[in-house]
Design a protein around this ligand. Structure first.
Ligand SMILES: [Zn+2]
Length: 423
């Protein structure tokens, strides 16, 4: 198996939530010689130096280029690390007729039915007690099929195959145990996984995740089956590309954001000050005054990477056939007249020329004109920072399902294009 695909599968399995994804990204950056900088300390940068900054669950990495920022600006790529799913309400654990359940909140816009009758893991973070006056935040992953959301039998719901609306408060409660032992089994399991006492667990921030491992499949092994491909697929492609940037001419930047699926308007989301503040500090370290900073920004470019809708042959009526990218047909440039995707005539050419130079063919997507278009981090960052931006992504089936499907060749091609972009 290609080493990038092997690493993608490990990345997907190691990132059940955006909190773990931040750890997976940081580990890979460290392994490639990136040094961590903190927002609350001063920075010193060297030409060719590789650095990264973490703000809560978002990460920005950069490699200082040899050309002055005022001449060439930065080459930036951005993606999101969160995926739609079900978030636990940990105080709601209740036992009824011996069955212990926990209620969930819906995070973003998942295809709800895909979360039922599936072995579910539990992961996220816990605040633990550290001495008398301190709390310590720990990553949590119970690493076992810890929960299930069973459907009603078809005999109790004969119309289910004609479409069924799940009630988000009642039908989606996750079953944790069937033999009530008293106490709160969720808190106890988290405590055990952290080798702490249940009383030391102060607060929980947990999600359900599909316990099935990411796999390569199809008779020709051309497909990737996994949860969270939107948008860990593009995150991994951007990450792999920036890791390969050695002494680049241009300053290369990669921004990985949490909270896109809930609108990006958070402390560390794409609408936050995070990227603006990192770019400004890079400029300050390189001795740029305010006007030079603005010149550098104007000369910079952003590739906004988020997965795209692959043509699905069982639903041809959902596509405009002239803008229906095929699986394993190459990276997709996304267009929208309402600028839900930021692509412009200028920015599309930059990406297309990068594809041509890397020897990769590309495709185009636009939504059917009678369907609503999704969006991503591109428009938010373009408007906020004044960046010339293109929206791209790789073809994906069943976006926002608990298990999505992408293409092996598309992933390798996207890494090629982005590696070229970063050199
Ligand atoms: Zn997405």
């Amino acid at each position: 198996m290609d080493k990038h695909i092997e690493d993608l599968l490990a990345f997907l399995d190691g990132s059940p939530t955006s909190a773990q994804a931040e750890g997976q990204i940081s580990q890979r950056l460290e392994a490639s010689g990136f040094k961590r900088l903190n927002e609350d300390a001063s920075w010193e940068l060297k030409p060719g130096g590789k650095y990264y900054v973490i703000r809560y669950t978002s990460v920005i990495a950069f490699v200082a280029g040899s050309e002055p920022l005022t001449r060439a600006g930065c080459h930036i790529a951005a993606s999101h690390t969160d995926s739609p799913g079900l978030k636990l309400k940990p105080e709601s654990v209740k036992t009824e007729k011996g069955i212990t359940r926990v209620a969930v909140e819906v995070y973003g816009g998942p295809i709800l039915a895909t979360w039922t009758d599936r072995e579910l893991g539990i992961a996220g973070r816990a605040a633990t007690r550290l001495g008398e006056e301190m709390a310590d935040l720990k990553l949590v992953d119970l690493k076992r099929p810890a929960a299930i959301i069973p459907n009603a039998a078809i005999h109790l719901n004969r119309e289910v195959n004609k479409g069924f609306e799940y009630n988000k408060q009642t039908h989606l409660q996750a079953i944790l145990t069937s033999a009530a032992g008293g106490g709160d089994p969720l808190r106890a399991a988290v405590a055990a996984s952290l080798e702490r006492d249940p009383e030391d667990i102060r607060e929980l921030d947990l999600f359900l995740y599909d316990f099935a491992k990411a796999r390569i499949g199809g008779l020709d092994d051309s497909l990737i089956f996994s949860g969270r491909l939107d948008n860990l697929g593009m995150t991994h492609a951007i990450l792999s590309a920036i890791r390969s940037a050695e002494a680049p001419r241009l300053t290369c930047v990669a921004a990985f954001y949490d909270h896109e699926e809930i609108g990006s308007r958070t402390l560390q989301g794409a609408e936050s000050s995070f990227l603006a503040s990192v770019l400004e500090r890079v400029g300050i370290c390189m001795g740029l005054g305010r006007e030079d900073q603005l010149i550098a920004l104007d000369r910079s470019f952003l590739v906004s990477g988020d997965m795209a809708h692959a043509y699905h042959p069982s639903y041809p009526e959902k596509y405009d056939s002239s803008y229906a990218p095929v699986m394993n047909g190459g990276p997709v440039i996304k267009w929208n007249a309402g600028h839900k995707y930021t692509t412009t005539l200028e920015s599309s050419q930059t990406f297309a020329l990068n594809c041509e130079a890397a020897g990769v063919s590309y495709q185009k997507f636009a939504m059917r004109s009678d369907l609503l278009c999704g969006s991503t981090v591109g428009p938010v960052l373009a408007a906020q920072l004044g960046l010339n931006t293109v929206d791209v992504g790789n073809p994906l089936w069943a976006m926002h399902s608990a298990r999505e499907t992408a293409g092996v060749n598309d992933h390798l091609d996207m890494i090629k294009v982005l590696s070229h972009y970063y050199h």
